[in-house]
Design a protein around this ligand. Structure first.
Ligand code: SF4
Length: 387
C-alpha cells in the first residue's frame, strides 16, 4: 500500500536543512581533529612548537619539570614528545598572549627589546620571551584561562615557571661570563571574557640557580652514561597527581611514559580502592551522605551570599531615602546599618608568591610560621549513577 507523505511546512524544511548543515560542519571539524591535522599544521606554522619537543636538547623552559623524565628522554629511553591537540591549543594560546605583551612593549621600546633572547648553557639552550637591555629585565609570558566568573587559577606564579625564569637569570651572561641581570617578570595573560593579566617579579636566587645548573649536569651525565633511570623520583611527587598523570578533558587520564618504572604496574582500578566489607557499608554511606549534605548547604550558602551582595545597593538607597536611620524594621526582620572601617590584613597568597619568586627568603618567613602536626583527611568522591 502506497504511503502518502504529507508535504513539509516551509519552517520544518528550513529547520531540517540547517540541522543538516550543522552536522556537516561538525563532521568536517571532527575529521580534521581525528587526523591530528591542527597540531601538524601548527607545528609547521610555528617552528617553536617543534623545538619545544626536540629530544636532543635540555631546555631551560623545562627547568621545573621532572628531572627523571628529562634524563630518560635525553637518553632516548622514551619516545620523543609529539605535540597533540591539547599542546597545540596551549601553544596557540601562548602565542596570542605573547603578541599582546609584545605589542605593549613595542609601543614604548620600539626596536630596543629582543624577542626570543637566546640563553645558552653547557647542555643546550633556552629562549626567554623578551629581553629589555635598557631595563636589564627578562620578561617571560604565560597564558592561562579564567573560569566563567573571571577567577584566575590558584597558586600563581606556578613553580615550574618560576624555575624557568630562575634558569634564564642564572645562565644569561655577558661576554665575560657575568650575569646580565637579577630581575625577571612573569606576565600571565588570561584568556577569558576580558583581557586581563598579572605580573609577578622573580628575583635571582643564587642557591636556586646553582641547584638548576647541577640538576642539568646530573641529567646530562646520567643520560650519557646509561643511568638515566637512576635519577630518583622527585620528593613530593605522587603516583596519581600531575605530572605523573595528567587529567585531560572528558575524564581521560594520561600517564607519564615512565609511570610503570616509577610506580609499578597499575592494578585494575589503579587508585588503591578497596571494596568496603558489609559491616562498614553503613558507616561509609552515612559519611558520604553527610558530605553530600554539607556540599549542598555550602552551595546554597554561596548562592544566598551572592544574592545578599546584589541586594546591598538597593538597601543602601533605602536607608539613604529614610535619612540613614540606624535600623529599619519590617515584619520579623530588622536590618541595622553600620559603617566598617577599612582594615589591612596579611595577604598570604601574595606572601607565598613572594617566597616563590625569591623576594622574601624562606628563612625570613620561618620565625613567623607555626607548624601543625600531620593529620589524616577523608575525602569523598561521589560516582554518578551513569558512570
Ligand atoms: S612518572 Fe612521575 S616521577 Fe616518574 S618520570 Fe614521570 S613524572 Fe617523573
Amino acid at each position: 500500500m502506497a504511503v502518502a507523505t504529507l508535504p513539509m511546512a516551509p519552517e520544518e524544511h528550513e529547520a531540517e536543512e540547517i540541522a543538516r548543515k550543522v552536522k556537516l560542519v561538525d563532521h568536517l571539524l571532527s575529521e580534521l581533529r581525528d587526523e591530528g591535522l591542527p597540531s601538524r599544521r601548527l607545528a609547521v606554522s610555528f617552528p617553536g612548537l617543534q623545538e619545544r619537543f626536540d629530544p636532543h636538547e635540555l631546555r631551560l623552559s623545562a627547568a621545573g619539570t621532572c628531572p627523571r623524565l628529562r634524563a630518560a628522554r635525553l637518553a632516548g629511553l622514551v619516545p620523543p614528545e609529539q605535540p597533540d591537540e591539547v599542546d597545540a591549543g596551549y601553544f596557540l594560546r601562548g602565542r596570542l598572549a605573547e603578541l599582546v605583551v609584545r605589542a605593549a612593549f613595542a609601543r614604548c621600546y620600539r626596536r630596543r627589546y629582543r624577542r626570543e633572547r637566546a640563553v645558552a648553557h653547557p647542555w643546550g639552550s633556552g629562549h626567554a620571551d623578551l629581553w629589555l637591555p635598557a631595563e636589564r629585565l627578562l620578561v617571560e609570558i604565560k597564558s592561562a584561562s579564567t573560569d566563567e566568573q573571571g577567577t584566575v587559577p590558584e597558586g600563581l606564579p606556578w613553580p615550574e615557571h618560576v624555575a624557568q625564569a630562575q634558569a634564564y637569570l642564572h645562565f644569561l651572561r655577558d661576554g665575560r661570563g657575568r650575569r646580565r641581570t637579577a630581575d625577571a617578570v612573569l606576565v600571565y595573560v588570561f584568556a577569558g571574557r576580558e583581557l586581563t593579566w598579572r605580573i609577578y617579579p622573580v628575583r635571582y636566587r643564587p642557591a636556586e640557580g646553582e641547584r638548576i645548573a647541577s640538576e642539568l649536569a646530573a641529567i646530562a651525565r646520567r643520560a650519557a652514561d646509561g643511568t638515566a633511570l637512576g635519577m630518583p623520583v622527585p620528593a613530593g611527587y605522587r603516583r596519581l597527581a600531575p605530572p605523573c598523570v595528567g587529567y585531560r578533558s572528558g575524564g581521560r587520564i594520561e600517564r607519564c611514559p615512565l609511570w610503570e618504572h616509577c610506580w609499578g604496574r597499575p592494578d585494575a582500578e589503579d587508585d588503591g580502592t578497596v571494596e568496603a566489607p558489609a559491616e562498614l557499608a553503613g558507616l561509609l554511606l552515612e559519611y558520604g551522605l553527610l558530605h553530600r549534605q554539607r556540599q549542598e548547604a555550602e552551595r546554597e550558602a554561596k548562592r544566598a551570599g551572592e544574592l545578599l551582595q546584589q541586594k546591598q545597593e538597593a538597601l543602601a538607597l533605602a536607608f539613604a531615602g529614610l535619612g540613614n536611620p540606624e535600623r529599619i524594621r519590617s515584619g520579623p526582620f530588622t536590618v541595622a546599618r553600620s559603617e566598617r572601617k577599612g582594615s589591612a590584613r596579611l595577604n598570604m597568597d601574595a606572601l607565598k608568591a613572594a617566597v616563590r619568586c625569591g623576594l622574601v627568603s624562606e628563612e625570613a618567613l620561618e620565625s613567623f610560621t607555626v607548624s601543625t602536626p600531620p593529620s589524616t583527611r577523608f575525602l569523598v568522591r561521589e560516582v554518578n549513577a551513569e558512570e
